[in-house]
Design a protein around this ligand. Structure first.
Ligand code: SAM
Length: 332
């Protein structure tokens, strides 16, 4: 079978597939969802496990996808997650398989996921202060996340990465303590700049905590040295901490965009291809898939969907329009 790369008109090739398994979540992070939650998409809209695996197989076998990350919403809410991991790992060539999760329930599933072949895991944790769990994820679940992280490490998922978003006036003073906490436990911390993807449209450029501010705050307590000359397609700028080997990363999607090196493509839980987190259009694969399209036809549609990928997300452009889909319904 001929491999047809997912190449766009700016000659970037997508090889890293983010697969959202659900738009549902059991936390209500203030920058991601309103306190009352969202209207979830109906269950029948979501792809079945077989549909998910069929699309991933087309991506891997025909389109050159070599990394698959399951996300959401909260991917651990998907009952068949371990099975999806093992079926994805069993493809030829076998892709790198990872998940991004809030860690709730990971203490019970980490061993099963590791046995299924999961390569890596990212756990989101924005604060280690219990009172701030009431205002950021809006659920008193700090102990569950901590237990999930420990279980991932014990299951041999290495490195365990922690993702943190800092919010002005809430946890923007906590970067050093979060880093110290992660260093003590051997977790790799990465800060993500807050992006305009919240359904409340509460994001404001002037109000977001920038990579420069995060680094300045860390440099008050640690010696940071750029860890490598070029980051390639990795979104994180990595720094060694106090001479290494430990590192910390900053993903500056807003202030230091890396769109020119982007190698990502996304599949939403309801089967839409998105060529960018900030795309305002998407391409439907679920309808043709359910109407009996062949693998070759679905691959053709997918290739066509990627051609129009814009050069950049344009957040700083005055004409920038936030996408209708919030982060939780795209797949972060
Ligand atoms: N529920 C899983 C989790 O919590 O990791 C996966 C989905 S969540 C949308 C994925 C990541 O996106 C999390 O690390 C979360 O903090 C981040 N995120 C959500 N909204 C964001 C925003 N507006 N800007 C930056 N990161 C965001």
């Amino acid at each position: 079978m001929d491999m047809q790369p997912l190449v766009d008109r700016h000659v970037r090739i997508a090889t890293d597939l983010r697969v959202s398994l659900t738009d549902r979540c059991n936390l209500r992070c203030s920058y991601c969802m309103p306190a009352e939650g969202l209207d979830w998409r109906p269950h029948e809209a979501a792809r079945t496990d077989d549909e998910v695996v069929r699309l991933i197989t087309i991506g891997v076998e025909r389109l050159g996808i070599d990394e698959v990350r399951f996300t959401g919403g909260e991917p651990l809410l998907r009952a068949g997650l371990a099975d999806l991991v093992s079926r994805t790992k069993a493809l030829t060539p076998s892709p790198d398989v990872s998940i991004t999760t809030n860690g709730l329930g990971l203490d019970k599933s980490a061993d099963r996921l590791a046995a299924a072949g999961l390569d890596r895991i990212n756990v989101s944790l924005d604060t280690i202060r219990r009172p701030d769990f009431a205002t950021i994820p809006r659920r008193d679940r700090l102990d569950d996340v901590i237990a999930g992280l420990a279980a991932a490490q014990a299951a041999g998922l290495d490195p365990v990465k922690v993702n943190a978003v800092l919010l002005r006036g809430v946890n923007d003073d906590q970067a050093p303590e979060l880093l110290r906490w992660c260093l003590e436990r051997g977790y790799q911390l990465r800060f993500i700049e807050q992006m305009p993807l919240d359904p409340q449209h509460g994001w404001a450029r002037d109000d977001m905590v920038t990579a420069d501010e995060i680094l300045a705050s860390l440099e008050g307590s640690f010696e940071l040295t750029p860890a490598r000359a070029a980051r390639g397609s990795s979104p994180a700028e990595e720094f060694t901490v106090d001479g290494g080997p430990a590192t910390v990363g900053v993903i500056a999607s807003v202030t230091r965009p890396f769109c020119g090196d982007c190698d990502r493509v996304r599949l939403t839980a309801d089967g839409q291809v998105r060529d960018c987190l900030f795309a305002t259009t998407e391409s439907d694969l679920r309808t043709p898939l359910r109407a009996g399209a062949s693998d070759a036809e679905l691959a053709e549609r997918w290739v066509a969907a990627m051609r129009g990928k814009r050069a950049g997300h344009g957040i700083d452009d005055p004409t920038f329009l936030q996408p209708d889909r919030p982060m939780s319904a795209i797949g972060g």
